[in-house]
Design a protein around this ligand. Structure first.
Ligand code: FES
Length: 188
């Protein structure tokens, strides 16, 4: 004869507790598209008719206007477009003209910086072709791309964060986490 057992509230709570503890550690991890660019990520176009396509080193013309880009997980092909703080600008310059810290994070003269202005967070879309400076359309801050993204004009309080790059098997890859803080500090 079988006995039907009714679980007590206490027993149910215990089971609930066990279930909570047994959740995988990454159950609350950030979604892949919101994670900052990761080492080994590919670099793809952000916007335009090539959005999501790989940017090859050959597509970046020497001293031309920086290209809006994003990182992409090479395993899942997920583009890390879930946070605007992941936006980057990629460009190619003569590696001989780069300061040492900048050259150390560049790949054959190809460099990448955060696209978010350190002043109040506008997208840095302007380009001063003569000086090779990225420039912010909001309050005219300027950043020297050949020298660590340092501020050379305007109210921005700190350099742009740089994203280290490498070329592996002919492909552009992220070589490490952002150098410097991405984004801006709210001022009260
Ligand atoms: S937000 Fe870029 S200069 Fe103010």
């Amino acid at each position: 004869m079988t006995t039907k057992k009714t679980l007590s509230r206490r027993e149910l709570c215990k089971m609930g507790l066990i279930a909570t503890v047994a959740l995988p550690l990454n159950a609350h991890a950030q979604p892949a598209n919101r994670m900052r660019p990761q080492r080994g990520d590919q670099i793809v176009f952000d916007g335009g008719d090539k959005a999501g396509q790989l940017i090859s080193p050959e597509q970046l013309v020497l001293n031309a206007q920086p290209v809006a880009a994003l990182a992409r997980d090479p395993n899942s092909n997920e583009v890390r477009d879930g946070s605007r703080l992941n936006r980057i600008m990629v460009m190619r310059v003569d590696p001989e003209t780069l300061s040492t810290p900048t050259r150390n994070n560049a790949a054959e003269g190809i460099i990448a910086y955060s696209a978010i202005c350190t002043h109040t967070g506008c997208d840095i879309t302007n380009w001063k072709a003569d000086e090779l400076h990225m420039a912010c359309p909001c309050h005219e801050s300027e950043f020297d791309i050949r020298d660590n993204g340092n501020v050379v004009g305007g109210p921005a309080p700190r350099p742009l964060a740089m994203l280290p790059l490498a070329i592996e098997d002919g492909e552009l890859r992220v070589a490490g986490a952002f150098k410097g803080r991405v984004g801006f500090q709210q001022q009260f």
